[in-house]
Design a protein around this ligand. Structure first.
Ligand code: SF4
Ligand code: SF4
Length: 383
């Protein structure tokens, strides 16, 4: 059975936490939280991305962070404290706390576990919100550190979903020159599983002509280490990334064949092999997911907040999200949205918006209703 979604309870919880956490901060801490990007960031398909680190020393050849203004040098802990970070999230109009609230995704623009004590402190604060937390990492996580993560999860009854990235066993020195060896990451999977968590292999990016031939071996090794499932993800390329791959003498001809235009915009590289890889994962007895949100939802036992089971990359995992069984009552959805300033009508699997009060409202509507938002173009243009 999945956790039941009650839209009005989510809003009440947000108000309660905002007041409780707000009382713990002094005025300068509050000001830092208000000014911070976490209070404004839009929710993506994978959830709301949380930064523990700025810049990343692992310097992966396929990485896009330089294109986003970050560096491969000078890593720093994210400047907010744990409680400021939590308060900043609560101020975000697109964020909802709680088990059935917004998915949190740590590690999108850097390795989160560079500053180990700082990361654990931030995780401890985040877990107080109760939201499903997912982190992606290439760091070596020791048995004792894995136990500390599990203890945080238990202390607050907050689900934590670890994604361990391994995309090559043969060419890590070229593709991920400064990251811990893939063998160490297999040890990380083992340590997390032994600690009682459910580690998931993050098989992303899959780069045509570069690492597809290694997939089967990686899957077998990850399963042996204790991975319960696999998130399969493709590759987004820019001119800077192609240049970097070439510098490492990596053959980019297949990428260039599949992408018509390569410039400074992140462009997806088509991956028709994805379906076959998902079948392979099933045949090996692991759970395949085509999207990280689903792995996070499965760990948390909640119906997918991105509503992938109605419209999205659902792989029909054992979470077995179902319409209409797992979606909240239509009246309560409309009332909750109204409390947030959103006028909308629920029509079966859809929610038709009659206004567009702030940017990013679509993902919030998906989260609250577990249905598909319909927004007229004329409404969207006004914001
Ligand atoms: S670990 Fe992630 S953020 Fe860091 S360089 Fe590699 S791909 Fe980029
Ligand atoms: S059943 Fe489908 S939508 Fe639900 S978590 Fe699994 S893959 Fe995602």
């Amino acid at each position: 059975m999945l956790f039941r979604v009650d839209p009005l309870e989510l809003i009440d919880l947000k108000l309660k936490l905002l007041s409780e956490i707000g009382n713990l901060l002094n005025s300068s801490e509050k000001e830092r939280a208000i000014k911070d990007q976490h209070s404004k960031r839009l929710v993506r398909w994978c959830g709301l991305t949380i930064h523990f680190t700025i810049n990343c020393p692992f310097k992966c050849s396929y990485c896009y962070i330089e294109d986003m203004g970050f560096k491969f040098s000078d890593p720093k802990p994210y400047p907010l404290s744990g409680k400021e970070l939590v308060y900043s999230l609560l101020l975000n109009p697109n964020f909802l706390p709680g088990r059935t609230g917004t998915l949190l995704a740590i590690g999108a623009v850097s390795e989160p576990f560079i500053f180990l004590n700082n990361a654990l402190d931030k995780l401890d604060w985040l877990a107080r919100l109760g939201n499903p937390i997912q982190f992606s990492t290439k760091q070596y996580i020791s048995a004792s550190y894995a136990t500390k993560i599990r203890e945080i999860s238990e202390k607050y009854n907050t689900p934590i979903s670890p994604l361990i990235t391994i995309i090559t066993l043969e060419n890590a020195d070229l593709l991920e020159p400064n990251a811990p060896d893939p063998e160490r990451r297999l040890d990380t999977i083992k340590n997390l599983r032994d600690a009682g968590l459910f580690p998931i292999l993050f098989l992303r990016p899959l780069i045509p002509g570069v690492n597809l031939h290694e997939v089967e071996r990686i899957l077998i090794e990850a399963r042996k280490a204790g991975a319960i499932g696999v998130v399969v993800g493709s590759f987004r390329v820019t001119g800077k990334i192609i240049e970097r791959l070439r510098e490492h003498e990596i053959n980019v001809s297949e990428i260039e064949k599949r992408v018509k235009r390569i410039d400074n915009v992140q462009r997806p590289v088509p991956l028709p092999e994805k379906k076959i890889i998902i079948e392979k994962i099933k045949n090996l007895g692991m759970i395949p997911w085509a999207s990280a949100c689903c792995a996070n939802s499965w760990t948390a036992k909640v119906p997918c907040p991105s509503a992938c089971f109605i419209q999205g990359p659902c792989t029909k995992c054992p979470n077995n999200c179902n319409y209409p069984r797992d979606v909240p009552n239509a009246n309560r959805v409309e009332l909750a949205l109204l409390r947030l300033g959103i006028k909308a009508r629920v029509k079966g699997k859809k929610v038709v918006l009659e206004n567009y009060p702030f940017k990013g409202v679509e993902m919030l509507v998906r989260n609250i209703s577990r249905r598909i938002p319909i927004v007229k173009k004329s409404l969207r243009r006004r914001k």
